[in-house]
Design a protein around this ligand. Structure first.
Ligand code: SF4
Length: 432
């Protein structure tokens, strides 16, 4: 019997902004690898509530453990790391970002690009609604015995940020976080330096919002989930506040404006989108280990995601928030308080209903992540409430972030096909 033919994948099509982003990410991994030999200090912090501009004021080289895990997932390295962490005693139900990080440490501290990933000098735990963050850094601290500073961000239980909540965060920044960062880095805090970075952040945030909101057009020139993962990369990680990130967003905005002029749909790994048949809103993070195959399932059906909640996980900018250089610490506090993970259920439901309406979407799709309790908790409630309020169909699929054992392509494809059928029938019923 002759062997089954090996399916060749087409080379991925990338815009200039994607290459620039790739360059920024590789540069950061080089800097991390060389940091200690060059006498630089390393910070680690999480994506939601990351205080990147503040960390830059102390010359830290910046690590974001979730990004390291997802980069390992994209490179198909996370499966082994997760199994190593499980063999070391971490249960199957633990967030797979955590196990990828722990497995990476067990495997000799080599990062996703194959370069060394040295121990952090400080863990900045900005706590914005995910309990796992706390346990994750507890484990890292146990391993490295490094300095840890926690910023407690009050949850928006009542769906609003009160002045007392903001002042409480600012007080911690002044009295605890900044003095710790000064001590670990040996660099004195300079508020004007912070203001300068915040000005850069604001410019980048404005361009990002224009890009994300371009999906309100028909056809949408972007994919607001799969494509947006690239667009949020620099601003949600080690680059917000860096003039290089500002340049990235200028370039990206220009590219999207050109697509609008040309009447083009989103760029995808397969090339330009063939034409939008379905417009969706997606809740929940994507799967990284089969990212391209996952995206292709939508591409093959002519589906475009016009808005997603995941593209707001490192900052909700589309409802008006911008970092503000004239109120540096207050705006850092408001940024943390307003993170998606810190919003209560009614706020998340309102946000999704607003997206469905403003982006003229056909329906909501939830990708429920097996090991992400922070996103998954309450998703069925969200689904039912959104369906009730909008009358638009919603569907549920399940996968995982970086654990390849929990990506079942056949199941997801079946679910998607029946979901698109459901949308078609709804349309036909409405037209009758
Ligand atoms: S549980 Fe979810 S939100 Fe929390 S760290 Fe893991 S992936 Fe992130």
């Amino acid at each position: 019997m002759s062997p089954a033919p090996v399916k060749e994948k087409k080379p991925v099509i990338k815009d200039d902004s994607m290459w620039l982003q790739k360059e920024l990410i590789s540069r950061n991994y080089h800097e991390l690898a060389a940091a200690h030999t060059q006498g630089k200090k390393i910070s680690a912090t999480f994506v939601p509530g990351n205080l990147n501009e503040l960390l830059m004021c102390f010359d830290f080289v910046r690590r974001l453990p979730e990004t390291d895990a997802l980069q390992s997932g994209l490179r198909k390295k996370s499966g082994k790391m997760i199994m190593d962490a499980e063999r070391d005693g971490h249960s199957e139900d633990v967030c797979t970002y955590v196990k990828t990080d722990l497995g990476m440490m067990l495997q000799g501290e080599t990062g996703p690009t194959g370069e060394p990933m040295p121990r952090p000098d400080v863990l900045l735990l900005s706590y914005t609604g995910c309990f796992t963050f706390m346990k994750w850094f507890e484990l890292v601290r146990q391993k490295y015995d490094c300095e840890t500073v926690m910023l407690h961000v009050p949850y928006q239980g009542d769906g609003r940020i009160s002045p007392a909540m903001r002042d409480y965060v600012v007080k911690q920044l002044r009295e605890k976080v900044i003095p710790t960062l000064e001590r670990v880095s040996g660099v004195k805090f300079d508020i004007d330096r912070l203001r300068q970075y915040l000005k850069e952040s604001q410019k980048a945030e404005e361009d990002l919002v224009q890009v994300l909101q371009s999906a309100k057009r028909r056809p949408s020139p972007i994919d607001g989930y799969f494509g947006a993962v690239y667009y949020i990369g620099p601003i949600f990680t080690a680059f917000r506040g860096d003039p290089e990130a500002t340049r990235y967003y200028q370039l990206l905005r220009k590219e999207i404006e050109e697509r609008i002029q040309a009447g083009k749909g989103p760029v995808t790994p397969e090339g330009d989108h063939p034409g939008e048949k379905y417009r969706l809103v997606v809740e929940g993070p994507p799967n990284w280990t089969s990212f391209r195959d996952f995206w292709k399932m939508f591409y093959d059906e002519g589906a475009v995601v016009v808005a997603s909640t995941y593209s707001k996980v490192g900052g909700v900018y589309d409802f008006g928030f911008r970092h503000d250089a004239s109120r540096p610490l207050e705006s850092l506090a408001e940024y943390c308080l307003g993170c998606y993970t810190n919003l209560n259920f009614p706020q998340r439901i309102d946000m999704i209903c607003r997206y469905l309406d403003e982006y003229q979407a056909d329906g909501l799709l939830i990708n429920s992540i097996k090991s992400c309790n922070s996103f998954s908790a309450g998703q069925l409630l969200i689904l039912r409430e959104v369906e009730k309020r909008t009358g638009k169909p919603a569907a549920f699929i399940e996968s995982d972030l970086v654990d390849p054992r929990y990506f079942s392509a056949a199941n997801i494809k079946n679910r998607l096909e029946s979901y698109f059928q459901m949308i078609k029938q709804k349309r036909m019923a409405a037209a009758a």
